[in-house]
Ligand binder design. Structure first.
Ligand code: LRH
Length: 485
């Protein structure tokens, strides 16, 4: 009998639930519901609405139940690093802070006065970024945050939602790894880091790896949705972990770019690569499925455009892309990772201001802003790929672009031009596919990631972009390195 796997995939700007079913020689994905995920600004802070996300998941489950379809299991993946505090009575204590909240500015330095930066990096192998859960927790501790002070347990977003569905508390490995709380060698929570932020392993749920069962739907959820005691499986709870599991590669000599709100560029390795060079370049070693490690770097991605679109009403992506296509090349460039783009009140103004301050022509129309974003991203990809080549244990012959951003033809072509090797784009729903894959492996319907990758490669249409205009892009790269700050 065909089995349906229900994947919940939540990103920082939107979420979706998907029903994945294996069919003859392939995988069928059906979107059940899609919904926005908003940063909520109140009282000088930014939060997520976990109850709204929960309700959307319930709605998705109800839709499937009403069709009379069966569900073999449920898996949840979300963006990284955010968490909720849970009280002794099992209740959630306040909505979770969003990682764009500025309260963690300067947080790493505050922690490093007690435990050195090198010590934190050598234990975890995780790139130092203000918003990592380690620094968020330390910020809350320093601020005597009432939720943290009353917390019995800390649950990362995917684990918190699984808890709301099952009543069972777990700490899934991939999401704990990107939190900067896991020791990269032991692959368990690192007691010394927990202690540094006033916590211990008792403050976390049962530690599980992708493929393990969290529990089954509570009676309450069964009643609300009309479903039975369906198991919830811990997938790669970190969305990037699920996405990279679904890279449609036939060998391992590739780099990937998981393209969404963030652009995550890296390679897959069998063990952590933690040395002076990775530390200096601030590369991360995130735990993945089947014991793999993602040696990667975060690059500010579609966030730049997503935020500009707030000013531009309902203009569609294809419209914006075609406006950019007709604009003059390399008119102005930005460093997408400059701090000023982390969470500005007005992204378009922030880009214009950056160009003005760096002595470049300021974008005067929408297409020029979009072109500036795409060209700058492509050039930044080249810069990160160059670093990656010197760190990677394997050659890099192809770049696989996966995730929603892989639908952007213009950016894919710019990327191939900038990096000088072929770009293979797709699948755009890699995260949901990776989520379904892990559930299918847990159900015994799939055997391993390599086999699944072959299946994705043969059954999902992929598009290859060959490098063009490489001389112009080489010149632009030199200009990029000189003009951005
Ligand atoms: C992408 C992502 C990324 C994290 C960021 C917070 O959605 O999970 O891997 O660094 O969100």
């Amino acid at each position: 009998m065909k089995q349906n796997f229900f994947a919940v995939d939540l990103g920082a700007t939107s979420g979706r639930t998907i029903l994945g079913t294996f069919i003859e020689g392939g995988l069928n994905l059906e979107e059940i519901n899609r919904f926005p995920n908003h940063l909520i600004e109140v009282g000088g802070h930014f939060y997520w609405d976990i109850y709204a996300l929960y309700r959307h998941i319930i709605d998705g489950l109800k839709l499937v139940a009403h069709r009379g379809e069966s569900i073999a299991s449920i898996g949840i993946d979300t963006w990284g690093v955010d968490f909720v505090c849970v009280g002794k009575d099992g209740n959630l204590l306040r909505q979770p802070y969003a990682y764009r909240d500025p309260h963690t500015v300067g947080a790493p330095e505050a922690l490093f006065s007690r435990i050195s930066r090198s010590d934190v990096y050598s234990k975890t192998g995780i790139q130092i970024m203000n918003f990592n859960s380690l620094f968020q927790l330390d910020t809350l501790r320093r601020n005597h945050d009432s939720a943290l002070e009353a917390a019995d347990k800390i649950l990362f977003m995917p684990d918190a939602l699984s808890y709301m569905l099952t009543g069972e508390m777990v700490t899934e490995y991939t999401i704990a790894s990107t939190a900067q709380l896991v020791n990269a060698q032991t692959r368990r929570l690192e007691p010394e880091l927990l202690k540094a932020v006033g916590l211990s392993e008792k403050n976390f749920g049962r530690f599980v790896f992708p493929g393990e069962k969290v529990g089954v739907l509570t009676e309450e959820v069964q009643k609300i949705t009309g479903l039975g005691a369906i198991p919830v499986i811990a997938v790669a709870g970190h969305d990037t972990g699920s996405a990279v599991a679904a890279v449609p590669a036939l060998d391992r000599d590739f780099a990937y770019l998981s393209s969404g709100t963030w652009s995550l560029m890296g390679v897959e390795t069998d063990s952590p690569v933690i040395n002076a060079e990775t530390e200096a370049l601030n590369f991360t070693n995130e735990g993945g499925v089947e014991g793999t490690i993602r040696l990667l770097k975060n690059i500010c991605g579609m966030w730049l455009l997503e935020r500009c679109r707030l000013n531009w009403g309902d203009t569609s992506y294809p419209e914006l892309i075609s406006e950019a296509d007709t604009c003059e090349p390399f008119r102005s460039l930005i460093n997408p990772d400059d701090d000023c783009f982390a969470n500005p009140a007005d992204m378009e103004k922030a880009i214009i201001e950056y160009c003005r301050v760096t002595g470049q022509p300021v974008p005067e129309k929408r297409g020029q802003v979009v072109r500036c974003i795409f060209e700058s991203l492509a050039l930044r990809y080249r810069q990160v790929l160059e670093n990656l080549r010197s760190l990677s244990p394997r050659p890099i012959e192809t770049l696989h672009v996966i995730g929603g951003g892989s639908r952007n033809d213009l950016l894919n072509q710019f990327t191939a031009n900038a990096i000088g090797i072929p770009v293979v784009a797709g699948p755009s729903e890699a995260t949901a596919i990776g989520n379904v894959m892990i559930q299918a492996m847990a159900a015994g319907e799939a055997t391993d990631v390599a086999g699944m990758r072959r299946l994705i490669h043969s059954s999902i249409p992929l598009k290859t972009y060959q490098p063009q205009d490489t001389e112009a892009w080489d010149a632009a790269y030199i200009h990029f390195k000189n003009c951005v700050r």
